[in-house]
Design a protein around this ligand. Structure first.
Ligand code: GDP
Length: 298
């Protein structure tokens, strides 16, 4: 399970200080060292760890943790609040256009879970947000199987898929899909885009052109939680190029250490909006920083 190691170590670090009532400054320092190591081992970005530890330490010293008879409880509260803050504080919902259709662009590297997430998101938006007739757009024309994959997902969910095969520019496909959606009353248009194995300028140029052509309300980046700090670097690059509006962290059902989920918000200052929790099309969860923090702290 994700965060397992981190959970264990954080809980261990915190409970070790609280056993005999009052704690000393040395106990606190030792605990902070352990928290720092726990985060580094969970593959959290080192700058993020440094800032986090400093913040928790200052708050612990500034409050009456050292005088308290239940220091562990107070530290848990501080760590909980700081972890929540680190992951963005409040839940950030999807941006919806005031005039439909709402246009969303899904971007990310190949294999991150883009195409699957297009389907998951369409299902979520219809079932949870009550929007009707999502149109899924097959804009990943470089991976031939991607068009068929999206069609299959559309069929499974009973949603319309717009495709023009693989010989047409994705910018044209996106434009025409949007025109069609306006004519047919699709309330949401979700555009799948091409990925690559690595970030490159050609890809970013194409994505920038699609963005300029359809002016999306959301540009959601899918990153694979299992890739750890690479996911953070990828997010940074996509955000630089496209000014994304949010992140979907996929494969959080795997045994990832969780570093990406804990670092991304702080590094790129864009919200995590959802997490992917499995291959099935209902395995998408809205991201709540406070719930994730509670889960980590057990
Ligand atoms: P794309 O190349 O970015 O479009 O990636 P795909 O949507 O084809 O996904 C790549 C693989 O990851 C597929 O086998 C998906 O079933 C799988 N996948 C996507 N999201 C998740 C997730 O949240 N959890 C798990 N376990 N697998 C996922």
């Amino acid at each position: 399970m994700a965060f397992e190691g981190l959970s264990e170590r954080l809980q261990g670090a915190i409970s070790s200080v609280g056993k005999g009532g009052k704690i000393s400054e040395a106990d606190l320092r030792q605990m902070m060292r352990e928290i720092r190591l726990a985060l580094l081992e969970a593959d959290v970005n080192f700058k993020v760890v440094k800032k986090f530890v400093k913040q928790v330490n200052e708050r612990a010293l500034g409050s009456d943790v050292l005088k308290s008879l239940s220091p562990a409880q107070q530290v848990v509260k501080i760590v909980d609040e700081e972890l929540t803050d680190l992951m963005g504080g409040e839940r950030e919902p999807l941006n919806m256009a005031s005039q439909p259709p709402t246009v969303m662009m899904m971007v990310g590297l190949q294999g991150a879970g883009k195409t699957t997430t297009v389907g998951k998101l369409a299902k979520y938006i219809t079932e949870e947000l009550g929007k009707k007739k999502p149109l899924l757009v097959a804009g990943d024309v470089y991976r031939p199987a991607a068009v068929d994959q999206l069609k299959t997902i559309g069929q499974q969910l009973g949603f319309e898929v717009y495709d023009e095969g693989t010989q047409v520019s994705p910018v044209e496909i996106a434009k025409r899909a949007l025109d069609q959606a306006k004519l047919n009353g699709n309330q949401v248009v979700i555009i799948d885009t091409a990925g690559r194995l690595h970030v490159n300028e050609e890809l970013m140029d194409e994505l920038r052109n699609i963005k300029a052509a359809v002016n999306p309300d959301e540009i959601l980046l899918t990153v694979d939680a299992m890739t750890g700090q690479d996911a953070v670097n990828v997010a940074d690059a996509f955000n630089e190029a496209l000014d994304i509006t949010g992140v979907v962290i996929t494969k959080l059902d795997g045994d990832t250490r969780g570093g990406a989920a804990l670092s991304i918000r702080s590094i790129i200052d864009k919200p995590i909006k959802f997490t992917g929790q499995g291959e099935k099309l209902d395995a998408l969860e809205p991201f709540y920083p406070d719930r994730m923090s509670s889960r980590i702290l057990g």
